[in-house]
Design a protein around this ligand. Structure first.
Ligand code: G
Ligand code: G
Ligand code: NA
Ligand code: MN
Length: 250
């Protein structure tokens, strides 16, 4: 299809963008992490959102090239920040599909080596939206475990909306969960949602995990989540996704 060809050309010309959204760490009271989010705008097709782009790329196989591009951009930026004295890490979304390539681990280690990025400055977010096949499981777990051994942390993204959370947690080396924004949207208006979020935070903490809430847009949500013991907050209330050049440190 035309979109597949256009995407390939855009990737070859590095014509995609990456924007970065801040995460506020409650314990330190500082932004200590940014999430990398890919953006693609085509001259004719216009703006293609990641919700459209990622499924297309998973289908046509270009998800691996998108992953490489975003990882390289993020690793370069985190290295640049490190050199300037900003100890801030960047987390990159990756589809479990990307780990079906047995060289995902090697690719990431190579990106760290080439960019000089400290391993603990690059993190990965895995979504539970997609199930992995039983036969892929061993390779996925092994690659993730080896990456964790060198210092790369994994977040289970969109927590609570998939169907495989507990299975993922049982097998994958995850140290953080990110409560999906769907739950945050009705946090203030539904007592049932409030109980669910409280339960997810308590569960995460009892598992020794770092618990993030995303999609936080108001002070009310922010205060309530902090009183519930959440470890980090992400959302428009903290900051919108920005290009690397627009991000400043005080
Ligand atoms: O912020 P935004 O609307 O762009 O994100 C929409 C969805 O796309 C989110 O689920 C996010 O995890 C996913 N996404 C954004 N960037 C990337 C990326 O570089 N790789 C993958 N696999 N998913 C991404
Ligand atoms: O699936 P993932 O969790 O990675 O998706 C992140 C998506 O959420 C991105 O599209 C990002 O632009 C969007 N997002 C980030 N902060 C907020 C927010 O406060 N409210 C809403 N509605 N969306 C947000
Ligand atoms: Na994410
Ligand atoms: Mn999410």
């Amino acid at each position: 299809a035309i979109i597949d060809r256009k995407l390939l050309i855009a990737l070859n010309h590095h014509n995609l963008q990456v924007v970065y959204q801040p995460l506020f760490d409650v314990a330190s009271g500082e932004v200590n992490m940014y999430e990398a989010l890919v953006r693609w705008e085509d001259d004719e097709l216009g703006f293609i959102t990641p919700d459209e782009l990622i499924p297309i790329a998973e289908e046509n196989g270009l998800i691996h090239e998108i992953g490489t591009f975003v990882l390289e951009e993020a690793a370069k930026l985190a290295t640049d920040w490190d050199k300037k004295g900003h100890p801030v890490s960047i987390s990159v979304n990756s589809s479990v599909r990307e780990f079906s390539n047995s060289r995902m681990r090697d690719k990431i280690i190579e990106i760290l080596r080439v960019t000089g990025c400290p391993a603990n400055r690059l993190q990965l977010e895995i979504t539970e939206k997609f199930a992995f096949q039983a036969e892929e499981e061993q390779s996925i777990v092994q690659q993730m475990t080896e990456l964790q051994d060198v210092g790369i942390e994994f977040t289970l993204d969109d927590f609570g909306t998939g169907y495989a959370s507990f299975r993922y947690m049982q097998h994958l080396p995850i140290s953080k969960i990110k409560i999906d924004k769907l739950f945050i949207q009705s946090l203030m208006t539904q007592s049932k949602t409030q109980q669910l979020v409280e339960g997810m935070i308590r569960f995460g903490k009892s598992m020794g995990l770092y618990v993030v809430a995303e999609g936080v847009e108001t002070e009310g949500q922010f205060e309530l989540l902090i009183s519930m013991g959440v470890d980090a907050i992400q959302g428009y209330y903290i900051g919108i996704p920005l290009t690397a050049e627009s991000i400043t440190f005080e």
